[in-house]
Each structure stands twice: as structure tokens, then as C-alpha cells.
Ligand binder design. Structure first.
Ligand code: MRU
Length: 337
């Protein structure tokens, strides 16, 4: 099943807020519903957000019969739904490009982005598996964070795509998944996906991941990314930066698996990225239960910046970049990327 797709002139997406309890598809037939779904993390994960962006423009074009100002307003709303993953704005811009050729051309572009996402996930997963098999003793034991699986893409996944490729080669040992406070993408989504794949895995609280690495239980970290800046800084789910610090201490590779569409050469460093800050309730409540005194101040960063110096490898659908060794995403001419 695809995480996000286009059927009968509307967007269909797995409602990720309802996993792991139930696997339910949501039909999205207005731009407002799409913006709400993105904000509530019904659809989430950078590559899936890229596809949501393109399909959102296709939906807006169809609903407005291609009216340029209405499509522009809808595109701005979709682009603004979440600020950090560059794929969302990238996807919106890809679909807007052929708008002057008509609504069918916009939909064709959106569907092309969707198919490209599947191909990119597979390509980077194979490359990531090969890289890990060359640099880490097999069977490879990994620590991951958040969810960078099929649910974060159209199919397959990035970090969990690498896991899948290793598993298929018989080279995977074990995966440790961090629960990923406060919205538990690791517990709810990654553990669910790993179980579906038949991958041996163990769930740990976020603060235990450093001990997993220090004790040698995992021999590399593999995560996805929401944005990679021109200098090789990696923006990903909050908790990735501490994991990179722990990986450096344990002297194990910190590997980022992401499609080229996640690389943002127009942003120089991670300090220039708008990091989403989410609502107080996500950390002062546990479901319906209050877990902090009324009025407690919070700073609910959804993402953090891992400096390039702590990133061993960024594996994309086209290449491997080695930021800790001085490699930069912008050090290759665009034509060769
Ligand atoms: O807030 P989320 O769940 O959208 O955050 C997702 C992540 O941080 C993922 O690691 C990232 O998007 C990469 S997904 C291939």
C-alpha cells in the first residue's frame, strides 16, 4: 500500500495519527483538508510531504479549473503548512512549473514526482546498504530515530529503506528504534514498520540511544533528513543531534539517508533553517492526561541541526557525501548531481 497516492481526483493517504492501532486511508479532497492533514502529521516525513505538496497543487488546479491566482493562494497555504522539510516547498514548486500548460500537465508532473520518489528511495536504500556493508561489520546492528520508512515516503523508505535492503541481503543484525518524543513516530510507526518487515528490533526511550551506542549494541546510526544545507548540516527530527554526538563518542558512523530533493543548496547552513516549534500540549500532556503543572513554559522544537562535522555520510539516490571529511553537497557541479 502506498503512503500517499492520487485516486479518483483526490489525494488518499494513510492516516499516520491512527497507527499502530489501525491502518486507515484518509481521502483528502480540499486544500484546507490537506493543510490540516500536514499540520496534524496525518501525512508526514520529508519525501511524503514533497509528494503531498505536488498533489496539493494538482488538487488546487483541478478545483479552480487552473485559475492562476487561486492556485497560487493554495500553493502558498500548502507550502506554509510546515516550515522545516524542504521537500514540501520543493514539491509545490515542481507542480507549479507546468501550470501554464493546463491542469492535466500539473497532475502529470505531480504523478511523476510520486513515481520518482519510489525510484529515489530504492536507489538510495541500495547505495546505503552497500556503504554500510563496506564500513560496518556484518551482521549490521543499527540505531535509528523517528520514522524514515515507507510511511515517510510513498513506498520503501530512506533510513528504513536501507534497513530493508540490508535485511534482504541477509546482512542485517538488529535495529534499535528510539521512541521519538513527543509524538512517538519511532514507537508508533518505525516499530510497526519493522514488525511488518520481520526485522528484529528493540524499542528504546530517546535518552537510552546513547547507551546503546556506547555499549556497542548498535554499530552505526542511520536516520533520514528533513533538509540538508549547502555545507552538509543535517536537519532532522529533534534528538538526531544528540544521537550524532553519541555516535562520535562511540566512534561509529552517523549515516543520513535522503533523496536529492532533501538537499537545499540555496540555504548555506543549518542556522539559516526555520525550525518548527510545535504546541505546548504535545509535551505537557500525555494523551488526555496532564503531566506538567498548568502554565508550564515549553520549547517544543520539532527538529534539530546536526553539524556537518558530525555527519559521516549522506547517502542519496545519486551519491555519497562525506561531510565529516570535508565533503559538501554543493561541491559537485549541478549536472553531475
Ligand atoms: O515531524 P515528522 O514526523 O514529519 O518528522 C519526520 C522526520 O524527522 C524524518 O526523520 C524525516 O522527515 C526523514 S523521512 C524519510
Amino acid at each position: 500500500m502506498r503512503t500517499i497516492d492520487w485516486r479518483h481526483d483526490r489525494i488518499v493517504a494513510i492516516d499516520q495519527t491512527r497507527l499502530p492501532h489501525e491502518l486507515v486511508l484518509m481521502e483528502i479532497d480540499t486544500v484546507e483538508a490537506l493543510v490540516d492533514a500536514i499540520k496534524r502529521l496525518v501525512v508526514r516525513g520529508a519525501p511524503a510531504l514533497g509528494v503531498a505538496g505536488t498533489l496539493g497543487v494538482a488538487l488546487a488546479a483541478r478545483l479552480s479549473a487552473g485559475d492562476p491566482s487561486m492556485v497560487a493562494a493554495a500553493a502558498a497555504a500548502v507550502r506554509g503548512a510546515r516550515p522545516t522539510a524542504v521537500n514540501l516547498a520543493w514539491g509545490v514548486d515542481r507542480a507549479l512549473r507546468p501550470l501554464d500548460q493546463g491542469i492535466d500537465a500539473v497532475l502529470a508532473e505531480a504523478l511523476a514526482v510520486l513515481e520518482e520518489d519510489i525510484a529515489c528511495s530504492r536507489a538510495l536504500s541500495e547505495r546505503g546498504a552497500r556503504w554500510l556493508m563496506q564500513h560496518v561489520t556484518s551482521p549490521v546492528a543499527l540505531q535509528t530515530h523517528c520514522n524514515a520508512g515507507a510511511l515517510a515516503c510513498v513506498e520503501w523508505g530512506t533510513a528504513l529503506g536501507v534497513v530493508r535492503a540490508l535485511h534482504e541481503r541477509g546482512a542485517l543484525g538488529h535495529v534499535f528504534a528510539a521512541e521519538t518524543r513527543p509524538l512517538l513516530q519511532g514507537a508508533r510507526l518505525t516499530a510497526w514498520e519493522l514488525a511488518q518487515m520481520g526485522v528484529p528490533h528493540t524499542l528504546v526511550v530517546d535518552s537510552a540511544a546513547a547507551s546503546v551506542l556506547a555499549r556497542g549494541l548498535a554499530r552505526a546510526v542511520v536516520v533520514g533528513a528533513d533538509r540538508v544545507t549547502a555545507n552538509g548540516d543535517v536537519i532532522n527530527k529533534v534528538g538526531t543531534f544528540p544521537l550524532a554526538l553519541a555516535a562520535a563518542y562511540a566512534e561509529v558512523p552517523m549515516v543520513v539517508a535522503a533523496p536529492e530533493s532533501t538537499i537545499d543548496l540555496s540555504t548555506p547552513t543549518g542556522n539559516d533553517v526555520d525550525i518548527e516549534v510545535r504546541g505546548t500540549d504535545e509535551i505537557t500532556r500525555w494523551g488526555d492526561v496532564k503531566v506538567a503543572p498548568d502554565g508550564t513554559d515549553t520549547l517544543n522544537y520539532a527538529f534539530d541541526v546536526t553539524p556537518a562535522a558530525l555527519v559521516t555520510a549522506i547517502v542519496t539516490d545519486r551519491r555519497v557525501i562525506l561531510p565529516a571529511m570535508g565533503g559538501r553537497p554543493d561541491d559537485q557541479p549541478a549536472a553531475d548531481r
